[in-house]
Design a protein. Structure first.
Length: 320
């Protein structure tokens, strides 16, 4: 987790000291007490970017400066994903690990009584781990009723929607592909907007990795699909996370530097209906490791991200 303001301090979460695990960062505060994606309500009219800026309890154009490690949400493996829901009382965590000798990504869950309480123990979500299986990039709309998730299937990586039952539990048996999104190529890194009407994701469908935006109907089928071409520079863009008002989009781009690693970028636009401008690096967060945005608070002041170190010059852990 990272907020905007104060001197930055890098903290480790998991097995690699310099940069491994999930973090939260925040902005220069007018009131930097908001730590969860659901603690601050979205603007009354999320289409009005000027209202969002006026109401925000931080300098939205300032750098992220306060970096906190989410130590309570550690798992035994490398933590690579996070989604908060239920007004910040439930956290779904993704961990990369070997299950029965094969690499995979598993889904874990932790709960707490209030958004300010300490987290309870992390536990595996039944049915969401297995040898060679990938369950990654969880996200929720504001109502918390449906989990959007990247899963491994017969055709590779696909994006599914999974309804939660009355107790908030999820079952892989109820997973349904998001219609109008899947192709024979992998689709991954889903992030659903707070109103549940827009899905951002990554895909290799053109041979290069790019970010896409899908407009969803009430049954979570895509009615329109648009590539975000202004983000594509070297065909390695992924992990999109938009702000609630739609005026900023954080994402990850793999660099051509050696050793090869991924860095956080942000693209901005003047209003929700405008085109995204040229992306720039989020320099205060990028390290020699690889950074990936995973969630953001409603007010845009708090960003959740993961940071991993790779032990080889391989382009991406997904390909191994």
């Amino acid at each position: 987790m990272v907020r905007r303001g104060m001197p930055a301090v890098a903290l480790a979460l998991s097995i690699l000291a310099a940069c491994s695990g999930s973090y939260v960062v925040a902005a220069d505060p007018v009131d930097a007490s908001v730590d969860s994606v659901a603690d601050a309500p979205p603007p009354a009219d999320a289409s009005d970017a000027s209202d969002a800026s006026t109401l925000a309890p931080c300098d939205l154009e300032g750098p992220f400066v306060t970096i906190d490690n989410l130590a309570e949400l550690n798992t035994p493996g490398d933590d690579v994903g996070l989604a908060l829901t239920d007004e910040g009382r439930t956290a779904y965590v993704v961990t990369a690990e070997r299950v029965d000798g094969s690499y995979g990504r598993s889904l874990w869950v932790a709960k707490r009584s209030t958004s300010e309480s300490r987290w309870g123990a992390l536990a595996r979500v039944p049915g969401f781990s297995g040898a060679g299986q990938v369950f990654d990039n969880p996200s929720f709309a504001s109502d918390g009723r449906t989990l959007f998730l990247e899963v491994s299937g017969a055709g590779g990586l696909d994006i599914v929607a999974i309804p939660r039952d009355g107790t908030g539990e999820v079952s892989i048996a109820l997973a349904k592909p998001v219609q109008g999104v899947s192709t024979p190529a992998p689709e991954f890194d889903p992030y659903v907007s707070r109103d549940g009407r827009t899905l951002y994701f990554s895909s290799d469908r053109t041979g290069d990795r790019k970010v896409y935006r899908a407009t969803l109907d009430t049954s979570f089928s895509a009615t329109q699909l648009d590539p975000l071409t202004t983000l594509s520079e070297n065909g390695t863009e992924q992990d999109p996370v938009p702000t609630v008002d739609g005026t900023k989009l954080y994402f990850t781009r793999w660099t051509d530097q050696s050793p090869k690693h991924a860095e956080l970028f942000v693209a901005k636009k003047a209003s929700p209906g405008a085109q995204l401008g040229q992306a720039v690096p989020v320099t205060e967060l990028n390290t020699s490791g690889s950074e990936f945005a995973v969630d953001i608070s409603n007010d845009g002041c708090t960003l959740y991200f993961t940071c991993l170190l790779y032990t080889s010059d391989a382009a991406d852990e997904r390909s191994s």
